[in-house]
Write a protein that binds this ligand. Sequence first.
Ligand SMILES: [Zn+2]
Length: 186
Amino acid sequence: MDTLTPEHRSWLMSRIRSVDTKPEMFVRAVLHRAGYRYGLHCGDLPGRPDVVLRARGLAIEVRGCFWHHHPGCPAATIPHSRHAWWVAKLRRNASRDARHVRELLDAGWKLLVVWECFLGGSSPAAREAQARVLLGRVAALDAAARRRVDVLSAADAAAPGRASRRPLLSERAALDALLDPGFGMR
Ligand SMILES: [Zn+2]
């Protein structure tokens, strides 16, 4: 018997689709090669973060720009057909993401959100730049106080030098950066 509500089923499907996706595999491979050891999709933490460096209090989420509606990103489109349904659906996703970020930070965790567009280029040079920025930002978060956040997107992959000098976000700034004002989430 199928006891799932439609909402739960669609949530479940979005999780299944997002498990072991290519961008996440790249992030894991880079971290592993650099000597980091981590847990995956830890169900005891809000939002089941994709990669969890538990001893360091650091969680990493790799987010699809469409499904998680990356604010200001060209990939964060809203389909024309069934537009209102999509707006409601994507708004729910963003709302859930925001709640999980708050809960993680409240529990003292640090968080790195890697938007899929950060990993857009797949040439060896692009991959190398992405790996360098990623490891730099993980190290910066590791060295930082609790409740710090960083967000990596296409702009950081395009300007790795600038990305590596950027300050980490405070809890407040992180929520501002992660929420789409157009959705009225704040
Ligand atoms: Zn994006």
